[in-house]
Ligand binder design. Structure first.
Ligand code: SF4
Ligand code: SF4
Ligand code: SF4
Length: 252
């Protein structure tokens, strides 16, 4: 936990990702000024040219897809007191982990065509950050939710442990008064996905596709009952879990 008379030094690093979660920092608008008043940002490739080897909090965006990235991450870990994984790419491997379902050479040919064997395009199986180093806190989502970003950072700066929901998206969806999308033919992953996004997809008429990762103890029996009620089977549900659940899906 961070509690210091000096401003905590924060460094933000990116690995394999679209950088959309870092963009959420910028989207904080005036709140970013409040944050900058209470921390020293010492490295952030997207926003400044300065670099530093001395920081208290390292924020990691992106998944780890090459051995040299794992080495770089280990060095960052050794320098940071607190390490935060930012966004689905970092917390679960995200969409990048889709490639682990296929033969890597085939994936490279599909993406890079005749250039696939060029050394600078070498790649390995995708890993989430906590598959390489210890992660202290995770901010889930693709992209992350700005409110949660502010909440986690404020908690750390106040020396408190941020509480991340350990209940499903359905709880927030029901609290928003939404009709259930299963009644409209959408296979929604809300019953098994971690809440904390205010059920933003079902609230806008689109099924939850699991970007915040699965809750630790999903009610699998209840999920099976729902599937049966709508005359579907487990494979229908699993087919919707591939995008964000390549290697960490609950046993159904
Ligand atoms: S989690 Fe999603 S929005 Fe964030 S960096 Fe990865 S792909 Fe982009
Ligand atoms: S729409 Fe999805 S998140 Fe909302 S109640 Fe139904 S299953 Fe749950
Ligand atoms: S509703 Fe599901 S897919 Fe949408 S933001 Fe929330 S967790 Fe992600």
């Amino acid at each position: 936990m961070i509690m210091s008379k000096q401003k905590p030094r924060v460094a933000i690093f990116d690995f394999a990702c679209c950088e959309g979660c870092q963009l959420q920092f910028v989207n904080l608008e005036e709140q970013i000024l409040d944050l900058i008043n209470v921390v020293d940002v010492v490295e952030w490739r997207e926003a400044m040219s300065e670099q530093s080897h001395e920081y208290d909090i390292a924020i990691i965006e992106g998944s780890i897809t090459r051995p040299e990235d794992a080495e770089r991450l280990e060095v960052i870990r050794s320098r940071a007191k607190v390490l935060i994984a930012l966004g689905a790419c970092a917390t679960t491997g995200g969409v990048n982990k889709l490639k682990n379902n296929f033969d890597l050479d085939e994936v490279k040919k599909c993406v890079y065509g005749k250039d696939a064997s060029k050394p600078h395009l070498a790649t390995a199986m995708t890993k989430a950050v906590d598959e390489v180093v210890k992660v202290d806190f995770k901010i889930h989502g693709c992209p992350i939710h700005r409110k949660e970003l502010v909440y986690v950072l404020k908690s750390l700066l106040l020396g408190k442990k941020p509480e991340i929901p350990e209940y499903p998206v359905c709880v927030e969806c029901k609290a928003n008064g939404n009709p259930c999308l299963w009644d409209y033919g959408q296979i929604c992953l809300g019953p098994i996905t971690r809440a904390g996004c205010e059920a933003r997809c079902p609230t806008n008429g689109f099924r939850c596709f699991g970007c915040r990762g699965y809750i630790d103890n999903p009610n699998v029996e209840a999920a099976k009952d729902v599937i049966e009620k709508y005359n579907l089977n487990i494979e229908d549900l699993k087919s919707k879990m591939v995008l964000f659940g390549s290697t960490q899906e609950p046993t159904l």
